[in-house]
Design a protein around this ligand. Structure first.
Ligand code: HEM
Length: 248
């Protein structure tokens, strides 16, 4: 009998294409080192924002007027060279681009790492991935969900009990009132997730770009831990200061 593609319909041809080794289809791919550079550069930008934002938040300990003044000043950065709020919008576009680049390069690198593992059987066992890789992925998802909630809470004021753009201090105090303990709990979980994410991310970036000796690894681990702890403590100090009545 003469077997043709017609005998089984088009699905056989499709199966042959899908199961063919990927090497058979030469494609231009970004180098993995290049992707790691994109991850590190976008991650660095996000870390810089996180430290600047934390420093700004700590102004709440100076007083309501100082905190509100700082929030208004954010809108004036770049003036008179730029019209008012332009810098803020440029920063928003830059941060969004950094988040997209960070997630896209992470996804491609993770797929490559999975594909590089030897697979002996046609029936491929479920790939578990390392503990760090799994927490990075889910940590990233929690952080992303948190940022969406956070922007609706303290930037647009949509989910905030006060939601007054002119008085961000009042928004923050209303947010972390004892009766809204679940908001503080969510912030705490998200900030701890940021801490874990950063600890692994900073460590990986330092290892990839230099610190590869055993001493370097030790140093990278210590730097990553210290920076993450500073950030977590700095951020958490605000909701807990409100919760305890220190800031009102
Ligand atoms: C308890 C901790 C935090 C407090 C009290 C806080 C407070 C604030 C406030 C008051 C604003 C509005 C600023 C304004 O428009 O005047 C804001 C905006 C923002 N926060 Fe936070 N924040 C906290 C943690 C975080 C964390 C952990 C992240 C990131 C993972 C983050 C990311 C942002 C972003 C992306 C914006 C929007 C900035 C913009 O309008 O372009 N914040 N935050």
């Amino acid at each position: 009998m003469h077997w043709t593609n017609r005998t089984f319909g088009p699905s056989v041809g499709l199966v042959a294409v899908l199961t063919a080794p990927s090497r058979a289809v030469p494609r231009k791919r970004a180098s993995s080192v290049g992707l790691k550079l994109v991850m590190a550069a976008s991650g660095l930008l996000l870390v810089l924002f996180l430290f600047a934002h934390m420093a700004g938040n700590l102004k709440i300990f100076v007083g309501a007027a100082s905190f509100d003044h700082y929030a208004h000043w954010l809108r004036d950065i770049g003036t008179p060279l730029l019209p008012r709020t332009w810098y803020l919008w440029l920063q928003r576009v830059g941060l969004t681009a950094a988040v997209v680049a960070h997630i896209a390069s992470a996804a491609v690198l993770a797929r490559r790492a999975r594909a590089a593992r030897p697979v002996r059987y046609a029936h491929r066992p479920k790939v578990q991935g390392s503990y760090a890789a799994r927490t990075m992925r889910w940590g990233g998802v929690i952080i992303l969900l948190f940022v969406v909630f956070h922007v609706l809470d303290l930037t647009t004021g949509t989910l905030n009990p006060v939601g007054d753009a002119q008085h961000p201090h009042a928004n923050v105090v209303a947010d972390f009132a004892p009766s809204r303990w679940y908001v503080t709990l969510f912030y705490t979980l998200a900030i701890v997730a940021v801490g874990f994410h950063l600890r692994h991310g900073i460590f990986s970036a330092l290892r990839t770009f230099g610190q590869q000796s055993p001493r370097g690894e030790h140093r990278a681990r210590a730097i990553a831990l210290v920076l993450s702890v500073v950030l977590v403590v700095g951020y958490l100090s605000v909701p807990f200061a409100v919760l305890s009545g220190l800031v009102s």
